[in-house]
Design a protein. Structure first.
Length: 365
């Protein structure tokens, strides 16, 4: 039966190729849009993702980790005294201006934390040049490889520039530590204060390392119960809240999901109608098969097998293109990850295949 289906497809090569191409195009569009959505979500949550502690403590008004207010330094001692807290670390985040050798200016986020732990980052696994201990040196900051176009064309170690009129030098280069329309520069706590003119007795946030034997949820409840004026969050919760707020305020999520819905609906109907027209062209062949004893079920199964073959051939080619797109993306500035493309593409292929079978069974039976 499968062989018969393949023979039917081979007989009408142009339509078979058109169906495979249609599957390829629609599935690639679905996978690409979903992957770009996850990519943007990762950038939105980059600031939180780069910390290596389990709990965040911020002011009790903000819910967006990318737009934090200021909290008094006395909260650091209060948080440290809470049961279950092993160590509390202050973080300073300042939005400021950088100027480069070619005269270009850029808005940057200075992220400062205490050396040598650097709980705010950068993540050591993402450092590709220099090292995190270099940030202790005078004027040292880190910069990301993919922000080179914003930073006057280079973010190599040794590049000098100005922050608020004060000289700085890149001593560590990261790869993939970037926010959505935000350039992160990591440095020490005091240097972030110095460059950003941040008040001496204030912090942007406090992160907490939980004691062994305690869980983050319990520590969060203890902090919120005993300390007023601030709010504690588990790391994943504040990251997800930040992502939700940004996606909701900017409409990014709606745009990407509308593209996915459009691709699924248009792909299902257009490709199914193409398959339907193919079936109509084969009615005489089906009549011949029935005349020699083939049942309606046998004829339907031939078309079902043909539709499945079209779907998964398109998926196989699409997956190859995905991998090539991903590998090439690693070499360019706009690096795009595809963490869930393959699984979502399989789901979309099942949707296309179901639409095939609905139209085909309606006609052949």
């Amino acid at each position: 039966m499968i062989l018969s289906a393949l023979r039917f497809m081979k007989f009408d090569k142009s339509k078979s190729f058109g169906l495979v191409f249609g599957i390829l195009l629609c599935t690639f569009l679905i996978g690409q849009q979903i992957s770009l959505l996850f990519f943007h979500m990762d950038m939105i949550g980059c600031l939180v993702n780069n910390t290596n502690t389990e709990v965040w403590v911020i002011d009790n008004v903000n819910r967006n980790a990318n737009q934090l207010g200021r909290i008094d330094d006395r909260y650091l001692r209060e948080v440290q005294s809470i049961k279950g807290v092993e160590k509390a670390y202050p973080i300073v985040i300042v939005n400021t201006q950088a100027k480069f050798a070619d005269g270009q200016n850029a808005n940057v986020f200075l992220v400062g934390s205490e050396a040598p732990t650097f709980v705010a980052g950068p993540d050591t696994t993402k450092i590709v040049a220099g090292n995190r201990n270099n940030l202790i040196q005078d004027g040292a900051v880190s910069a990301d490889y993919f922000d080179a176009m914003t930073f006057g064309g280079t973010t190599n170690v040794g590049t000098k520039f100005e922050i608020n009129g004060k000289q700085a030098i890149i001593k560590a280069q990261t790869r993939g530590v970037r926010g959505l329309a935000v350039n992160f520069l990591y440095t020490t706590l005091d240097r972030a204060r110095f460059y950003g003119n941040f008040p001496l007795y204030s912090y942007s946030a406090i992160t907490v390392k939980v004691k062994t034997g305690y869980n983050a949820e319990t520590v969060v409840k203890n902090i919120n119960k005993h300390i007023f004026g601030v709010r504690a969050w588990q790391k994943e919760n504040i990251r997800q809240m930040t992502v939700n707020i940004v996606l909701g305020n900017t409409g990014i999520g709606i745009v990407f999901m509308l593209m996915v819905v459009f691709a699924v609906i248009s792909g299902s109907f257009i490709i199914a109608i193409s398959m339907y027209s193919t079936v109509i062209d084969r009615l005489k062949d089906y009549g011949t098969l029935k005349a020699i004893g083939a049942t309606d079920g046998y004829v339907s199964k031939i078309d079902f097998n043909a539709s499945r073959s079209v779907c998964f051939n398109g998926l196989r080619i699409c997956n190859t293109i995905f991998r090539d797109f991903q590998n090439n993306g690693r070499q360019c500035r706009n690096f795009i990850e595809f963490p869930h493309s393959f699984s979502y593409s399989i789901i979309s292929c099942y949707a296309f295949n179901g639409s095939f079978e609905f139209f085909v069974s309606h006609k052949t039976n």
